[in-house]
Design a binder for this molecule. Sequence first.
Ligand SMILES: [Zn+2]
Length: 238
Amino acid sequence: MKTLYKSGGISISQIMYSNNPLLLSNNNRCILVDTGVKEKCETILDRIEKALNGRHLQALIITHAHHDHVENVASIKEKFKAKVIAQKDEADYIQKGISSPLSPWNYAKGEKIIKCSLARWNFKPTEVDIWVEEQMSLSEYGMNAYLLCTPGHSCGDLSIIVNNEVAIVGDSLGGMKKRPFAKKIHIASERAVTSWETLIGLNLKKYITTHNVIIEYEDLIAMYENYKIEVDLLRKLS
Ligand SMILES: [Zn+2]
């Protein structure tokens, strides 16, 4: 299991090498972030069990209810008896077992979203135990960390800020590196851009996505500046 970050007793490790879930731990306190895709369910359950090594999984945080982040939520909750935590606008989707809206121009599992029935992205529903609004401390789970709502990619994305040094951002920074999205959406939603600015304003060392990409602060600034230049150009052309 690859460790992406370790400081002040807290470590962040990958359960799957190319994707979510991530495990956040501080000695015997463990929290899982996201759940991966259903095709990998057995492997994910086995790897979580090994990573826990007898420790209890206290909580399962869902960054957002897109199918590739939540499909195994019920299996993980059942097996490890963890409390499910999600932002209130995503919680409803998790309890109904349907993916929060996916961009129709996007692709999932090799198929254009618009071309397949939304039922394709359904999963086993489960109850969300803790509904987050704007922010929530994780101190009761033994972590110097908090949840922050950074919406725009989905309706209620959550980021996890750890030690005021790194953030697990889910897909909240998706779309800033516009290509290959440029043809379909020229400009990200106002909410997404506000969330990027909030995350940049935190001035953290690293921004860990749940798709095997870690962005350093300087690179994030460069991406954001580049985005703004390209958007201005597109506005002038249109
Ligand atoms: Zn997503």
